[in-house]
Every structure is written in structure tokens, then in C-alpha cells.
Design a protein around this ligand. Structure first.
Ligand code: F6R
Length: 240
């Protein structure tokens, strides 16, 4: 992967937003791969100014993951987060922005449905990724096959603790999720992984330089011909 070290999260946001704006100029119906969590927020923030005045009505998007069994109307469902942080502020067409369906009633075929929707869109042009302190990308926790497709996974205790800040208490953090697989993510044409802060340093080093291993899900990016890692000094601190 190409590693770009930037001053701070704002600089990363500006850099990646510029790349996305260029993509949309070249391809008005570009397919964006959208991450949630805190890391990509500076990208979405910078995109507000970058995309102003542009016709974004054709832009398409696919979120990485969703909690299972959380009401989509819950403010912390990834459906809600994507609507609030991406669709509404950027003025995207909500019908073109997809989030995996975490409803228990349809969970059996939700993964296949999502894969079909990504295929029908012609695949993802640019996939934004964060990385978990335990090394996950999407919610592919340690022990995820590099060939995996969208499916249900169990969140690790580490991830539930990390995400408890979005909920009233850790007991409210769902135990299961539906996530694009590592194989799904690897099919995107360009991966852009962002990470900020000391807490991500080991996960970044494992992803960029670690052995290829299902135990280090981020290491899957080493198999991708066009992966860019945008990090601040602290997140880069364990790179050799
Ligand atoms: C979110 C996702 C996760 C997060 C990761 C880091 O859609 O797929 O992999 O990117 O958990 O989360 P933050 O950015 O909140 O540190």
C-alpha cells in the first residue's frame, strides 16, 4: 500500500475529499464505499464544501456494515449515521445509497442481496475504510476469511467496548453485525484506509507490514493493487 502521512485528520479529510470530487467529476454516477465510525467524518465534512455546486444526483454509495437487530431508526444504526453524516449534508439521492439490512427477519438472504446490489452497480470505485483497534476493516473481526462476502459476524468485546461511546451503555451495543467481507472489500477499485491516533498504530502496522493473516484482517489490503493508507504521525508510529 502507499502510505501518506498527514498533519492531522482535517488534512486527511481534505485530501480524500479532493480525490472523491475528482472521481465524481470524471464519473458522475461514481460508486462510493462508505465507512461509518469517527474516522471518516473529516472526509464527509470536507466533502460538503468540495461538492457544493456539483451535480451529485447520480452518485451511488454502499456502506460497509450495519448492526443486526438495531432499529434502523435508532440514531446509531449505520443507516441513520449514513443519512445524517453523508446523504443529507451532501445532498445525495437516498435511493442510491445502500446500507446492509440488519433486520433479523431477512438476515438469511441480506448478505447475498447486498452482494447482488454491489454487482449490479458495477462494483465500488473508491472504498473508504477505517480500522478497528483490533485490526478489523468493515466489521471483519480477527478470524475473517480473505475470500469472505457480506455476511453476519459477531463483534469482539474489544469492538463493543470501543463503540460503547455511541450508546448509553455497553449493554446496548449490538452483539452482531452484517458486514461486507474482506473479499467484497478487495473487489473495490481503490481502497483508501484512514487512521488517526496512537490507538490505531499497531493495527496500521499490522495492516501495512504484518503477515497476511485472517487474524489480522487489515492485512488483506496488501493483496490490493491500489490501496492508499492516510494516517497521522501517531497512527504511523509503529511503521518501520
Ligand atoms: C465502520 C467500520 C469500522 C470502523 C472501525 C474504526 O463502518 O467498518 O471498521 O471503521 O471500527 O472506527 P472508528 O473510526 O470509530 O475508530
Amino acid at each position: 500500500a502507499e502510505v501518506v502521512i498527514v498533519q492531522n485528520a482535517e488534512a486527511a479529510g481534505a485530501l480524500v475529499a479532493a480525490e472523491i470530487a475528482e472521481l465524481i467529476d470524471a464519473r458522475p454516477d461514481a460508486v462510493l464505499g462508505l465507512a461509518t465510525g469517527s474516522t471518516p467524518l473529516p472526509v464527509y465534512q470536507a466533502l460538503r464544501a468540495r461538492l457544493e455546486g456539483r451535480d451529485v444526483s447520480q452518485v451511488r454509495g454502499f456502506a460497509l456494515d450495519e448492526y443486526v437487530g438495531l432499529d434502523p431508526a435508532h440514531p446509531e444504526s449505520y443507516r441513520s449515521v449514513i443519512t445524517r453524516e453523508v446523504v443529507e449534508p451532501l445532498g445525495l439521492d437516498p435511493r442510491r445509497i445502500h446500507v446492509p439490512n440488519g433486520a433479523e427477519a431477512t438476515i438469511q438472504h441480506a448478505g447475498d442481496d447486498y452482494e447482488s446490489a454491489i454487482d449490479a452497480a458495477g462494483g465500488v470505485d473508491l472504498q473508504i475504510l477505517g480500522i478497528g483497534t483490533d485490526g478489523h476493516i468493515g466489521f471483519n473481526e480477527p478470524g475473517s476469511s480473505f475470500a469472505s462476502r457480506t455476511r453476519v459476524k459477531t463483534l469482539t468485546e474489544q469492538t463493543r467496548e470501543d463503540n460503547a461511546r455511541f450508546f448509553d451503555s455497553i449493554g446496548d451495543v449490538p452483539r452482531h453485525c452484517i458486514t461486507q467481507g474482506l473479499g467484497t472489500i478487495l473487489r473495490a477499485r481503490h481502497l483508501v484506509l484512514l487512521a488517526f491516533g496512537e490507538g490505531k498504530a499497531q493495527a496500521v502496522a499490522d495492516a501495512v507490514e504484518g503477515p497476511l493473516s485472517a487474524i489480522l484482517p487489515g492485512s488483506a489490503i496488501q493483496l490490493h493493487p491500489h490501496a492508499t493508507v492516510v494516517v497521522d504521525e501517531a497512527a504511523a508510529s509503529r511503521l518501520r
